[in-house]
Structures are given as C-alpha cells and as structure tokens.
Design a binder for this molecule. Structure first.
Ligand code: TXA
Ligand code: MG
Length: 332
C-alpha cells in the first residue's frame, strides 16, 4: 500500500527511509524515488519498483555539501569549485567512491554520483532521515521522468511506501551530470547547469562527444537505454516558423489522431490535441516531460514537436526530446 502524503507528514516519510523503505519526493528537477543509499536491500527494491536494469547506477542525494566527504575518497579543487558555485542545485558530480559506498548503488563502478538538491522538501527529507538518499527519477524505466505528483502516482502507486505530494518541479529535466574523475571535466548528461555556466570555472570542461554524435558510445550508463519515450511516435520538426507550420498542417490534413507540441505559439486545425511548450527553452524544459505524458493520456498515435536549436538549457531539451523521438527529426 502506498501512502500519498503532504509535506506536514515529512517525518513519517523520513522514518520510512531510515527503516529501509521507498519514498518518492520532489526535487527542483524531477520527482525522485529515494531509499537509504547504504541499504542494499532497499536499493534492490528501487530497481524492482522502477523495472530498471541494475547496472545503471543511482545518484546519491545529500542535504549538506560536507556530506560529500562521507561518499567520495577524493574531491579535487575543481570539484570543490563546482560544489561552491552550484550546490545546492541541479548538478550531479561523479567522484571516486569510498570503499563503504555499496557497489549496488554505483552499478559496480568505482565512482559515485553525488547531488545536493536545492528543493526544501527534498533537503528536509534527507536531513530528517539521517541517511544519504539514493534516488533515480520516479518513473517506470523507459518512460519520461515525472515532474508532477499525478504522473508519479500513474507510474508508482502500489510500488513504493510513500509519495510526497508537493508542487510541480520547476526545472522539469534531470540534473546535469559532470564526470570529475576523467582527465578533463566532462558533461555526461546536459541539464539546467549548462556548459556555458561551468566554463568560467573550469575552462577545460566539455560535453561528452557521445551527446553530440550518436555513433559514439555514451559513457553515462543511463544514456544507453531507451528513455523518455511516450507511447506515441514523436517527430521533431525544425526550421523557419512558416515552413514548420506548413509541414505539420499538411501532415495533419492527411493523418488523424495526431498531437502537436507548439513552441512560441501556433495553432493547428486538424490536431487531436495541441500542447504548448512555451516561449523560451526554460519553459520548454519545464513542460517537455509533462506534455509527453499528456499526449499519451489523449491516446494520440503521433506527435509533431516544434523545436528550434537555441543553446543554454536548450541543449538539455534537445537531448531529451531527440531521445523521446528516437532521433526522428525533419528539417524544413
Ligand atoms: O535530477 C536528477 O538527477 C534526478 C533527481 C531525482 O535528483 N535523478 C535522476 O536519476 O535523474 P536517474 O537515476 O534517473 O539518472 C542518473 C543518471 C543516469 O544516467 C546514470 O547512468 C548516471 O546518472 N550515473 C549515476 N552514477 C554514475 C556514475 N558513477 N558514473 C556515470 N554516470 C552515472
Ligand atoms: Mg531517470
């Protein structure tokens, strides 16, 4: 039985984590499915609840920056710069792990992913539990990460002990993952903390080539799995606004049961549903996963997604959107 609670019952949920249970909690990025990172049985239960392959490592969440020293065997000066600038916040740092961090949580790797979230509920939960909290996104493996409690309930009701009901996640895409163990700092997963924001501190930092070129094998184990997929087929349409409009309108006149995700406005006649991705890449990020799930709720077979390449958090939007579309993109 899953208990859906509000933040006034946080102590109960924190106790559940301390006792080896599973608790879904909000973060500034997406909802997370948390358990005690040092309890191997609880970690197994995370993998089971999500239907996730157990070689895909989990991020360990802490409520105070200093806790990183209880997880990592070495924290370089460069990593400290990142922690000082971006923690608490949507940045996950890969560091060499201490021996006591279970391989179960790191998917057999000698490194550990550490994140100190800024969301108050998340921090209070972690602090009150007295544990370090391993937490993947709170979705069934393969589907888009949930950014609101309704979508968490759709996926995980009956599979976890507690779901903490709180406001929608403001960022809407998972944290930036940066590898600080490799020779140069490498962004393995783009997010709200962008390469442009990191470069002034770490001029050598770069994006994993796997993110730029599909053929190169991604180093972030999670990136090799099919991800963020709605049931509907997604086709991304890029180009001049007018051309994009004409292309999609033409398709809609011939196909039925389609949805359109518009960017910077736009209206279509023959669509079963039209969802806006807003007017900025920040808004697109916040709405992307939500919209993908709502398209499925409408039962559309095909989604046409307007998109334009704008950098910043747009790099992360592009990464997730292209994965959800299986790289099905039309340039017009
Ligand atoms: O925003 C987020 O990061 C959310 C919230 C809940 O904090 N969590 C999240 O976790 O997105 P998850 O498990 O869905 O994604 C973690 C990613 C995966 O792609 C995983 O492969 C990668 O981080 N990762 C974890 N540990 C790693 C390690 N030691 N080396 C390389 N990649 C790692
Ligand atoms: Mg995930």
């Amino acid at each position: 039985m899953t208990k859906v609670i509000k933040t006034d019952k946080l102590a109960e949920a924190a106790q559940c984590i301390a006792n080896g249970g599973l608790v879904v909690f909000p973060t500034e990025t997406v909802y997370g499915l948390g358990a005690d990172a040092f309890d191997c049985k609880a970690i197994d239960n995370i993998y089971k609840a999500k239907g996730r392959p157990s070689d895909n490592p989990l991020i360990v969440h802490i409520c105070k920056k200093e806790d990183v020293y209880s997880l990592a065997s070495y924290v370089s000066d460069e990593a400290k710069l990142l922690m000082d600038e971006f923690w608490p916040g949507p940045l996950t740092i890969i560091l060499p792990k201490l021996d006591n961090v279970p391989y179960r949580v790191t998917g057999g790797l000698d490194t550990v992913a550490v994140r100190c979230p800024s969301n108050e509920t998340a921090r209070n939960l972690i602090c009150q539990s007295g544990k370090f909290v391993a937490a993947p996104s709170a979705n069934l493996s393969g589907s888009p990460s949930p950014t609101n409690v309704r979508h968490v309930i759709d996926d995980l009701n009956g599979r976890v002990d507690y779901i903490i009901e709180d406001s929608d996640c403001e960022i809407g895409l998972e944290s930036t993952v940066i590898d600080m163990v490799s020779e140069k700092p490498v962004i393995l997963r783009p997010g709200a903390i962008t390469l442009e924001m990191i470069k002034p501190l770490l001029p050598e930092a770069e994006l994993d080539p796997g993110l730029l070129k599909e053929a190169v094998k991604a180093k972030c184990p999670g990136m090799k799995y099919k991800h963020y997929s709605p049931k509907a087929e997604v086709e991304i349409v890029c180009g001049e606004k007018e051309n994009v409009r004409n292309y999609i309108s033409e398709k809609l006149s011939k196909e039925c049961n389609c949805g359109v995700m518009t960017y910077k406005g736009g209206d279509y006649d023959d669509a079963k549903c039209i969802l806006s991705a807003g007017n900025t890449m920040e808004e697109y990020a916040a709405k992307l996963f939500y919209n993908l799930r709502v398209f499925d709720e409408y039962g559309v077979d095909k989604v046409y997604a307007e998109f334009s390449d704008e950098g910043g958090i747009g790099v992360a939007v592009k990464n997730r959107l292209f994965k959800s579309a299986g790289n099905n993109i039309t340039k017009v």
